[in-house]
Design a binder for this molecule. Structure first.
Ligand code: GLY
Ligand code: MN
Length: 478
């Protein structure tokens, strides 16, 4: 990827191809390579001995996942692409992020090479031969090496060698040029059955995944601590929401990580917009600020945590009432979650609290029982339109292609990881609520692991109750 703002790093085209290799509009700042450059660029480089590192930890976990896929699709050729760079604008791309199923089945995550393809080749009675096709580093005699701004080593850095990737991941590798698509291939994201299978394969996490999710939550907790510590400075920033986003990003990056999704930094009435990522508002004393953010670690597992903070350090009476009701809904969800219970029962437990409290406050045109009626009810959902929980893993909304009977109507199993994130949102212009409620949005989101007999709150270390949150802010101000 090149940038637009400096001719000095604009990609150049070899002299012999100028005028033919690229459309005319791409030629306006290109200079031909002089003969002397072409005669010397391919020589004078030291040998690069191939590294063959021992297999990474993930390799031992990815192998049985591939075995499960192989067993489910006997005799079929399966193609799992990593995906490619995605264009942001003109000749700039978003940072590459491999497809989650590809990463899950290879163990290749933040360092995966774009355009790689994992192929399961039917191999008679023995299942499949699995090959990972990747674009190996180019020989230094090629124009790709010095002239290709998208993939050339001079531009974006070296790629690993085939042997190195094979030993690192424990998968046979081959050059991408050797990959050919065939009629009858089942291709991920094109074939529903394959896409569903690999999504459902992630519903129950193994020990490696659970350890990675714990790590992601740990770093995320430090990001929230940073935001709380910086609240006084944030208030003084004209676009305080941007500062909140930046402080979280800084924590993710200084610990060497990324983020699993765009941070939601939603102050005051913005908190009522469920996925407010514009983050261009001020953070105003007296308001609440809702922060929904998650660090994604190298393996691509991500946390997904929300905390709602009183900007001035203490909740007003009405803010506290709303906050503690959301916590009560979350606690009700926590109380029912255990193996054998349906996923949707967790949501229903939270929604029963939301219905009961909003009815008590006189906000509903019906009773709580009527609001909870499956056919005629739902009046309370005006104030919480989203679900209480989603699976969490290598995607923030993990296992998204799983069947309903495995997901919303499925039974909880030990090793599942999901969020519990009820909320209450009273829009600034919602005439059905008294004025004092308007513009208050609260969500409390934790990440939980299903254990043998209940759940463990992986994010229990981040203050949750209204009292704990006030004490957290007070501590940080000292
Ligand atoms: N973290 C945003 C969401 O769960 O939708
Ligand atoms: Mn979430």
């Amino acid at each position: 990827m090149s940038t637009n703002d400096s001719d000095t790093i604009a990609p150049e085209t070899p002299a012999e191809t100028v005028g033919t290799a690229a459309p005319a509009q791409n030629q306006n700042r290109k200079q031909p390579f002089p003969r002397g450059f072409l005669d010397t660029i391919s020589t004078g480089w030291a040998d690069r001995p191939e590294q063959t590192p021992p297999a990474r930890t993930q390799a031992a976990y990815a192998a049985p996942r591939r075995d499960a896929v192989s067993a489910a699709f006997p005799g079929r050729r399966l193609v799992i692409p990593a995906g490619s760079f995605k264009q942001r604008s003109n000749d700039t791309d978003y940072p590459f992020r491999a497809h989650s199923a590809f990463s899950h089945l290879t163990g290749w995550a933040s360092d995966a090479v774009p355009d790689s393809v994992l192929v399961f080749e039917p191999a008679g009675d023995s299942g499949h031969d699995v090959t990972l096709y990747l674009r190996e580093r180019a020989d230094r005699t090629t124009t790709e090496f010095y002239a290709d701004a998208t993939i050339g080593e001079f531009w974006i850095g070296p790629r690993p060698a085939l042997a190195g990737v094979a030993s690192d991941l424990g998968i046979h590798t081959s050059h991408l040029d050797a990959f050919e698509a065939r009629d009858g291939d089942l291709v991920l994201d094109e074939d529903d059955e394959l896409t569903r299978f690999v999504s459902e394969l992630r519903l129950v996490k193994d020990d490696y995944e659970i350890a990675q999710l714990r790590l992601a939550v740990e770093v995320t907790a430090r990001g929230f601590d940073d935001i709380v510590a910086d609240l006084p400075r944030i208030i003084d920033t004209p676009r305080g929401e941007r500062a909140v986003e930046g402080i979280f990003h800084h924590r993710a990056r200084i610990e060497g990580n990324g983020e699993g999704y765009d941070t939601i930094a939603a102050s005051g009435p913005h908190a009522c917009y469920l996925h407010w990522t514009r983050n261009d508002g001020a953070v105003v004393p007296g308001d609440l600020i809702l922060v929904d953010a998650g660090v994604e670690v190298d393996s691509l597992y991500t946390a997904d945590i929300t905390r709602t903070l009183p900007v001035s350090g203490t909740f007003t009476d009405v803010q506290r009432k709303v906050y503690e009701t959301v916590r009560e809904a979350a606690d009700a969800a926590f109380a029912v979650a255990k193996p054998g219970v349906r996923f949707r029962a967790v949501h229903e437990a939270a929604m029963a609290v939301i219905a009961r409290r909003t009815a008590e406050w006189g906000l509903l045109p019906v009773t709580a029982d009527e609001a909870l009626d499956a056919d005629r009810g739902g009046q309370h959902r005006r104030y919480m339109v989203h679900g209480t929980s989603h699976h969490l893993g290598i995607d923030v909304h993990d296992c998204a292609q799983a069947r309903r009977e495995m997901y919303y109507d499925g039974l909880l199993e030990e090793g599942m990881v999901f969020t519990i994130e009820p909320g209450l949102y009273f829009q600034i212009d919602d005439l059905t609520v008294p004025e004092e409620y308007r513009g208050i949005g609260v969500r409390i989101e934790d990440d939980v692991l299903v254990t043998a007999d209940g759940i463990e709150n992986l994010s229990a270390g981040i203050p949750r109750t209204a009292d704990e949150v006030e004490a957290w802010i007070a501590r940080a101000a000292r």
